[in-house]
Design a protein around this ligand. Structure first.
Ligand code: CP
Ligand code: NVA
Length: 300
């Protein structure tokens, strides 16, 4: 594994190996065991979009491992003034041991990896959010023991989260059902791959998708960069919500997950969110452990 650009690039075993390392790093941290595996390593973190979890978990994560993280806002980099990714990649590779990037186009992340000579980590694009899904898989395994015979249901936009969750679920042999409004489906190629390789269903009926689910997942109706579509999306997504009525379709011990930030009253009600706050914030914490594992795998 040279980069983390999207989950499709990782095998089932590579994903499990990251999750196992993340569990170990979490154990060490909880027990005050120092781990300086990345002593002296420098990670550049380019942000073209806002972030709370990704930024803070990468920055504290590399610090805890003995390394150093540089926050690089695109507003301050020459990339924000049009310097090509090809050049940025070659320059940053001369200074840094790794680059994390959060941006719009997946191609930009792929190009950074293509032209640079250090590991590149996708910290979210419009297409994928692999770091989030590694933390999600870690959390599911923590709560459920294994992925065996589990069904995950995702309610909402067929966005970066839906795309990466489909890939992550299929790779770990979980059944995955998506309920989204017409016209807001996940990536076509990912759906075709999931149909051919796993237990994947797509429906526009929320309750049908939720039936017997072990894990329910949702995300915002309008992702970063889609602010202009907010009003139109509020109409289209009405009903694509996890609430105390439809959650009854899922299993009694269902986990509810959300990558955050959450919009209460839209994709999830405040009531369900608070009832499942334990899972949701464990999931957020696990971003730290999962990302430390990714950095160790790539930068060591
Ligand atoms: N879930 C997630 O990536 O959160 P941030 O946008 O705060 O980084
Ligand atoms: N789909 C959301 C995820 C945020 C972590 C977005 O792209 O804004």
């Amino acid at each position: 594994m040279k980069h983390l650009l999207k989950l499709q690039d990782l095998s089932r075993e590579e994903i499990l190996s990251i999750l196992n390392l993340a569990d170990q790093l979490k154990f060490e941290r909880n027990n005050g065991i120092a781990n300086n595996t990345l002593r002296g390593k420098k990670l550049g973190m380019i942000f073209q979009k806002a972030s709370t979890r990704t930024r803070v978990s990468f920055e504290t994560g590399i610090y805890e491992l003995g390394g150093y993280g540089l926050f690089l806002s695109s507003a301050d980099l020459q990339i924000g003034r049009g310097e090509p990714v090809e050049d940025t990649a070659r320059v940053l590779s001369r200074y840094l041991d790794g680059i994390m990037i959060r941006t719009f186009a997946q191609k930009e992340v792929e190009d950074l990896a293509k032209y640079g000579s250090v590991p590149v980590i996708n910290g979210l694009t419009d297409y994928a959010h692999p770091c989030q899904v590694l933390a999600d898989l870690m959390t599911i395994r923590e709560y459920k023991g294994s992925f065996k015979n589990l069904k995950m249901t995702y309610v909402g936009d067929g966005n970066n989260m839906a795309n990466s969750l489909i890939v992550g679920a299929v790779k770990q042999e979980m059944a995955i059902a998506i309920a989204c409004p017409e016209g807001y489906e996940p990536d076509k190629d990912i759906m075709a791959w999931a149909k051919a390789n796993g237990d994947f269903t797509l429906t526009h009926d929320v309750e049908e998708a939720m039936a017997n689910a072990d894990v329910l997942y949702t995300d915002v109706w309008a992702s970063m960069g889609m602010e202009k579509e907010k009003a139109e999306r509020e109409k289209a997504f009405k009903g694509y919500q996890i609430n105390s009525s439809n959650i009854k379709k899922a299993k009694k011990d269902v986990m509810v997950m959300h990558c955050l930030p959450a919009h209460r009253g839209e994709e999830i009600t405040a009531e369900v969110f608070e009832e499942h706050a334990k899972e949701i914030f464990d999931e957020a914490e696990n971003r730290l452990h999962a990302q430390k594992a990714v950095m160790v795998k790539l930068l060591k």
